[in-house]
Design a binder for this molecule. Structure first.
Ligand SMILES: CC1=C(/C=C/C(C)=C/C=C/C(C)=C/C=C/C=C(C)/C=C/C=C(C)/C=C/C2=C(C)CCCC2(C)C)C(C)(C)CCC1
Ligand SMILES: [Fe+2]
Length: 372
């Protein structure tokens, strides 16, 4: 966590055949997510109330579009471990993933209210950490100042703000999911949670600006505006699909050792097609699970939305474990791509853009993406 004099953002590393490939991918995905949120806000201002009429459809579409970002989770442990040692365990990973999701689902059925609170807390950590990691990668392995504060700020804006700012829009849904958890929307809870979220978000923005991380600060404010102004269904849908998922997919594409040569040559098409191939079947399985859960549930207007949230809540546990593994591995070990490259490979020979490890800088999150 840094405070004190403000360091300038780092300059792009030198000596790489394509020093900006990773940075360009993160920049492009970043621009797409900012544009999507700006468009949602523009419609909100130009056609007030328009989103309210389309909220259920947009929510379901957003959840579905965000599912692929977890679809290669079962491959991530292998990317981050030595090749031979764990090969025989690989077929067990999908099984372990399904079991963890099943346990989470059973717990949610058994104790819905505590499970919802844990789900919201885990979601806040997951989203907050996701943003902090991507910002670190984009800045060439320089973690944001006070990374924990930024993580809490992003997490609270995305999970607390929609609930406390629009209680009437979510009350009935929350009651269906977990009847005992509607205290989250109670009158005394909301002002306290709103003030805390605003304080943390403003403090994080001030620190980011002091350290010249203008883009990170502007994005945090943009997300705060989205969740403050727009109905939570639409705000969450656009955030989940076009922001969190898209940026996480960029990170996965960068983490897959097999993509290294194409990325070094500045090609994104092949790595993205590889991701789509790898993620197609798990995505289809999860979409089918949502459809079946919706069909089994009580028929009501929001059955699909409820089933989507229930299945995502179950997947959150294994997804979070895998993403944490990726974060921790990158913070303490050389990059996966470095270790999986052969002895004569340009990666080992140092022809790749210099890899700056966050662990060496005391940061929460790693990077092998040079800043453009
Ligand atoms: C790999 C694999 C697979 C797949 C997987 C996947 C595909 C995953 C995904 C994952 C995911 C995809 C995850 C996600 C997560 C999510 C989250 C974390 C969310 C959160 C949310 C929230 C927080 C919400 C909130 C709310 C409420 C509650 C109410 C209303 C309003 C709102 C919306 C705000 C399988 C199973 C096939 C098999 C094995 C292996
Ligand atoms: Fe995620």
């Amino acid at each position: 966590m840094a405070t004190g004099t403000a360091p300038a953002e780092p300059s792009a590393p030198r000596g790489s055949p394509d020093p900006g490939a990773a940075g360009r991918l993160l920049d492009r995905t970043g621009r797409i997510s900012v544009t999507a949120v700006a468009l949602v806000l523009a419609v909100h201002f130009l056609r007030p109330g328009w989103w309210d009429g389309h909220a259920p459809a947009v929510f379901v579409a957003g959840l579905a579009a965000g599912i692929p970002h977890g679809a290669v989770d079962h491959l991530v442990p292998a990317w981050c471990r030595s090749r031979g040692a764990h090969r025989r365990h690989r077929p067990l990973l999908p099984l372990g993933y399904v079991c963890a999701a099943a346990v989470a689902f059973a717990l949610a059925l058994w104790l819905p209210a505590p499970a919802l609170c844990v789900f919201l807390a885990l979601s806040a950590v997951h989203f907050g950490r996701g943003e902090t990691c991507v910002n670190t990668l984009r800045a060439g392995a320089v973690p944001p100042p006070a990374g924990t504060l930024c993580t809490v700020a992003y997490g609270a804006v995305v999970t607390v703000l929609p609930l406390v700012r629009h209680p009437d829009a979510v009350r009935a849904f929350l009651h269906t999911l977990a009847p005992g958890a509607t205290w989250l929307l109670a009158a005394p809870v909301r002002p306290v949670a709103t003030v805390l979220t605003a304080t943390v978000a403003l403090a994080a923005c001030a620190l980011l600006l002091r350290h010249r991380r203008r883009r990170d600060a502007a994005e945090l404010l943009l997300l705060a505006a989205l969740f403050w102004l727009v109905t939570p269904w639409v705000a969450f849908a656009v955030y989940f699909a076009a922001w969190h998922s898209l940026r996480h997919i960029a990170r996965l594409v960068l983490a897959d050792p097999a993509n290294r040569p194409a990325l070094l040559a500045g090609h994104f098409g092949r790595p993205l097609r590889r991701f789509c191939r790898q993620g197609a079947l798990p995505t289809a399985v999860v979409l089918a699970a949502v459809a079946v859960t919706a069909h089994l549930g009580e028929p009501h207007r929001q059955a699909l939305a409820g089933a989507g949230v229930a299945v995502l809540a179950a997947l959150t546990l294994p997804h979070l474990l895998v993403v944490t593994l990726l974060d921790r591995h990158d913070a303490h070990e050389p990059s996966c791509a470095d270790r999986s490259a052969g002895p004569g490979s340009p990666v080992r020979a140092g022809a790749v853009a210099p890899v700056v490890r966050a662990g060496e800088r005391g940061g929460a999150c790693p990077s092998r993406a040079p800043r453009t």
